[in-house]
Every structure is written in structure tokens, then in C-alpha cells.
Ligand binder design. Structure first.
Ligand code: GLU
Length: 395
């Protein structure tokens, strides 16, 4: 009898990955699909990083790596935290993982007990809630809307805290909304958390460098938060290295030690070649990746202009990442191409099947009124995609 565990049966499928797999499958069947579903840079990994990887192969890096990462990589991460984030992390406070997703899963697994509550300001990245489910914790959404630029207020935070609250996840720049918390906004939220010393903070900063004219601020750099914040980052988004799978954390040494133990039983250390390439990425001046960020900004402006012409879409202005998260609720209750649109999932499916454009529905991110469009694609592709979306929505 094929009997899977309750654990896997209760786990939702990752909607970002499912949508991109579906788009790939339809393309393979010969359909002219434009995929704006998954969030990954469409650039090549920069040459200097590729060279470092080739050098590592030539130098015969092929053995198991230390579970928590090569020492020289951890030193580079420590320098990066100091240089970019004003954060001091010693080597025993750093753990390298197979992607930021694994870093987040490690933290959830080592900190959460069944029944603990974890606060997720919504919209949030699809895997946060799924990881909470795996950890048998209860996730509590703190809803926001486009009117508050998808950011929570100190009062909302205070009202959401219960004696069971163990963690909160912050993510700025945010996937899927592109919103960025200012230093002032983070400091006000920190004031609330100061009154609740048992709550840990996970600050996912994977989109740190992809921001448009705003200063990135790390939550852990607030002095009172340092001892209970774990900063998560990686090279996937900023350096166009999604497939290399390198993420890392900086945080309290006792939490890093526990993540090391967890990883030691599940995956061991991250890939040797990718770790060596990551040293080159992190040691390079941030200006090396400006050309990608500048291009993303131009695409953001284009997407805002084109989507702005479509009736009923309400847009925010994303300050970072490469997603836009329009409110599409104007279309709920309407019939388009013979289909009744009841929610974001119906709308996303309509766009896939009638416009041949793959997006991700907002319900996967805890925000049913919206859909996520990734603009990590060329301007020509984006223009064509939005023209198709417009035609279908007009009908
Ligand atoms: N983080 C990216 C996204 O949201 C990659 C896919 C994933 O791991 O969810 O599309």
C-alpha cells in the first residue's frame, strides 16, 4: 500500500516551483508560453565568479566540505556582513547552506516546537508557511494591503503577539511585493519586540542588493535585536547564481551550532566548487553587479507603465527585488473568456491558459487579492507578456 507520511501529505507544493514547472511543460508541448512565474535573474553568472569556480575544479576541490562551510568562505561572509550591513559575526556565528531556503528551514527546525506560533507579515514568500508546517508550528498571518505598501505597523505587530509567539519572519526587500522597510520603520517594530524578549527574528535579506535608490537596513543591526536575530542571505539573486545553491546565516553562536548539527544529519556541507565561487562573489565590490540592478530598475519602470494602462489593476511601486504584486480583485466576480474569476488563483490560471503567460497567484503568498509577476525577463518579453495580459483582461 502506498502510504505517505502525514508530514508530506500536509505539506503544500511550492507554487513558485509548480507554476514554473507547468510553464516549462506547456513550452515542451509546443505552446508559446512566457513564464513570469519564478524569480530568478535572466543574466549569466558574472565571468569573475565563473573563473573562480573553474579554478576550484582545477585545484581539485572535490572532497566533502566542512558542514558549516569552508573557513575562507566564512571569513568572506564575515567581511561582507561588516562591509554591507554593519554587522559583526565571528566564524562560529556563520553557517553556509545549500541555498537560503535550507538556511531558513534549519532555523525553523532548530527553534520551533510543535504548537509554537510564528508570525508572518503577509504577503510572504511561499516557503515560509510551508516550512512552519514542517516544523509543526502554527503560522499566524499579519495581513497588509497595497494601501500600506504591504508593510505591517507596530500596532499590528503588538496585537498579533501571544504567549505562544516564538518567531517572526521579516523579508525586506520583500518577495512578492518588492516593498522595503526603512530603518525608521524597522526601529519602530523593534520597539515592540523589545517588550517581548522571547521572540526570535529571522531577517531574510536575499534581495538586499536588488533595491532601487533606497538604503538597505539589516534588522540585526539594531543593538537590542542583535542577540535574537538571525540574518539570512545568499548569492542566488544578486549574483545570478540561483542554481549554484549557496545561502548562509549570521546569528547567535548557539543557533548557528544547532543549524550545523541539523545540516550534518541531512545534507552535510554545501557544494565545494560553489563555495569557492561564492568567495569571489562576496569579495567583489558591490558595484560589479550594478549593471544587473540598473536593468531591473528599467524593467520595473516599464512594467509599472504598461500594467498601469490596464483597467482595474492597482499597483504599488516596488522598491526592491524583481516582482510586482498588482491587486487584481477588480476582476473577482467577473466572467472572462467564459470563466468566472473568483480569486487570484482563477485569474492566474486564466492568464496561463488564455494569454499564455505564467504568473503566481497571490493566495500562495497569503494575499488572495493579488498576483505576482516576476520582471526578471527582457523588456521585449515583458512588453509582449503584458500586451497579452491586457488583451485577455479587456475581453
Ligand atoms: N525564490 C524564488 C521565487 O520566489 C525562487 C523559487 C522558490 O524557491 O520559491 O520565485
Amino acid at each position: 500500500m502506498k502510504q505517505l507520511s502525514d508530514r508530506i501529505n500536509n505539506l503544500p507544493v511550492s507554487q513558485t516551483l509548480a507554476m514554473s514547472a507547468k510553464a516549462r511543460e506547456l513550452k515542451e508541448q509546443g505552446k508559446d508560453i512566457i513564464s513570469l512565474s519564478i524569480g530568478e535573474p535572466d543574466f549569466n553568472t558574472p565571468e569573475f565568479i565563473k573563473k573562480a569556480a573553474i579554478q576550484a575544479i582545477e585545484d581539485n576541490y572535490n572532497s566533502y566540505t566542512p558542514v558549516d562551510g569552508y573557513k575562507d568562505l566564512k571569513q568572506a561572509i564575515s567581511r561582507k556582513f561588516k562591509r554591507d550591513n554593519n554587522l559583526n559575526y565571528d566564524l562560529d556565528q556563520i553557517v553556509v547552506s545549500t541555498g537560503a531556503k535550507q538556511s531558513i528551514a534549519n532555523i525553523a527546525m532548530v527553534l520551533l516546537n510543535p504548537g509554537d506560533e510564528i508570525l508572518l507579515p503577509a504577503p510572504y514568500w511561499v516557503s515560509y508557511s510551508a516550512i512552519a508546517i514542517l516544523a509543526e508550528a502554527k503560522f499566524i498571518e499579519i495581513p497588509t494591503s497595497i494601501r500600506s505598501d504591504f508593510k505591517i505597523t507596530p500596532k499590528q505587530l503588538e496585537d498579533s503577539i501571544t504567549p505562544k509567539t516564538k518567531m517572526i519572519f521579516f523579508n525586506s526587500p520583500n518577495n512578492p511585493s518588492g516593498s522595503v522597510y526603512s530603518e525608521q520603520e524597522y526601529r519602530e517594530l523593534a520597539k515592540v519586540l523589545e517588550k517581548h524578549p522571547n521572540i526570535y527574528i529571522l531577517s531574510d535579506e536575499i534581495y538586499e542588493h536588488i533595491n532601487y535608490g533606497v538604503t538597505h537596513f539589516s534588522f540585526a543591526s539594531i543593538e537590542s535585536m542583535y542577540e535574537r536575530t538571525i540574518t539570512v542571505n545568499g548569492v542566488a539573486k544578486a549574483f545570478a547564481m540561483t542554481g549554484w545553491r549557496i545561502g548562509y546565516i549570521g546569528g547567535p553562536a548557539w543557533i548557528a551550532k544547532a543549524c550545523n548539527k541539523m545540516q550534518g544529519q541531512i545534507t552535510s556541507g554545501a557544494n565545494c566548487i560553489a563555495q569557492k565561487a561564492t568567495i569571489a562573489a562576496l569579495d567583489a565590490p558591490v558595484s560589479e553587479i550594478n549593471y544587473m540592478v540598473e536593468e531591473f530598475e528599467k524593467r520595473r519602470d516599464l512594467v509599472i507603465k504598461l500594467l498601469g494602462n490596464i483597467e482595474g489593476l492597482v499597483l504599488n511601486i516596488p522598491k526592491g527585488a524583481f516582482y510586482i504584486f498588482p491587486d487584481v480583485s477588480f476582476y473577482f466576480g467577473k466572467t472572462i473568456k467564459g470563466r468566472i474569476i473568483n480569486n487570484s488563483s482563477d485569474l492566474s490560471m486564466l492568464l496561463l491558459e488564455e494569454a499564455n503567460v505564467a504568473t503566481v497567484s497571490g493566495d500562495a503568498f497569503g494575499a488572495n487579492d493579488c498576483i505576482r509577476i516576476s520582471y526578471a525577463a527582457s523588456k521585449e518579453v515583458l512588453t509582449e507578456a503584458i500586451s497579452r495580459i491586457s488583451k485577455v483582461l479587456k475581453s
